[in-house]
Design a protein around this ligand. Structure first.
Ligand code: KIV
Length: 273
């Protein structure tokens, strides 16, 4: 048996079984090199369509395509070996019909070999979630703030701020869970609602800006590393790599300009003539 095949990747059912158990640790990654680092500490890696903002500088995730998701999904699968890799279905690749969703999800699963897909939307996506789940495609739901709907939402505001607005979000969670989602991302929802949802559904909730009342948390890696120019306010920073990287680049530029860097003779043991 090869070393690689001896390491078992986590599966969607493994995550599903973590309901009310040890909190699920999840981060995004879009590259082989960050995936290798995240893989050592996280249960799951999300190849999020936030790559549109983080990697490509788009204002929203709306322009992200299926091909972009597949390319980065493949990179993350190459870089990781133990975590469950979940690839986001981008805007326009699944909302048209359950059949459209199935074809897009099959492309993602076949071309990346990831373990699951994620799609945004509550009750309106329930039929699609059931259709995919019944056909061998594990689906992670995503409710609360759904960034792909920015053009109808109007802003990236927290959802369910007043108690009288909780019912539709609770219904979204319940419907998607009953349709077969193996876990649900709950985004930008205050603690009392996140707790209520978490207590009322049978699958794990994974919060982002939704408090420690969820069954786990996901953050955008670059946000928590201090690499994103505009990280959401709820993100706790675990590093401040932006300034550190810039300092290294400035040092490099200084060395090149003053010719203060080693040449090949340094590496190859050649003598200067
Ligand atoms: O695209 C993404 O990174 C996400 C997270 C914000 C949950 O969907």
């Amino acid at each position: 048996m090869s070393v690689q095949s001896a390491i078992k990747r986590k599966t969607a059912p493994d995550l599903r079984a973590r309901k009310n158990g040890e909190p699920i640790v999840m981060l995004t990654s879009y590259h082989a090199h960050t995936a290798a680092l995240v893989d050592r500490h996280c249960d799951a890696i999300l190849v999020g369509d936030s790559l549109g903002n983080v990697m490509h500088g788009f204002e929203t995730t709306v322009p992200v395509t299926l091909d972009m998701m597949i390319l980065q999904g493949r990179a993350v699968m190459r870089g990781s070996q133990a975590a469950l890799v979940v690839v986001d279905m981008p805007f326009g690749s699944y909302e048209g019909s359950k059949e459209q969703a199935f074809h897009s999800a099959v492309r993602i699963m076949k071309e990346t070999l990831c373990g699951a897909v994620k799609l945004e939307g509550g009750a309106r996506m329930a039929e699609t979630v059931a259709f995919l789940s019944e056909r061998g495609i594990p689906v992670m739901g995503h409710i609360g703030l759904t960034p792909q709907s920015i053009n109808t939402l109007g802003s990236f505001r927290a959802q369910g701020r007043e108690e009288e607005n909780w019912a539709p979000i609770e219904n979204d969670a319940k419907t998607i869970a009953e349709a077969g989602a193996f876990s649900i991302v709950v985004e930008a929802v205050a603690e009392p609602l996140a707790r209520k949802i978490t207590q009322s559904i049978a699958v794990p909730t994974i919060g982002i800006g939704a408090s420690a009342a969820c069954d786990g948390q996901v953050l955008v890696l670059e946000d928590m590393l201090g690499l994103s120019p505009r990280a959401p306010k709820f993100v706790r920073r675990y590093g401040n790599l932006g300034p550190a990287i810039e300092e290294a680049i400035a040092g490099y530029a200084r060395d090149v300009k003053s010719r203060a860097f080693p040449g090949p003779e340094h590496v190859y043991g050649m003598k200067k003539s």
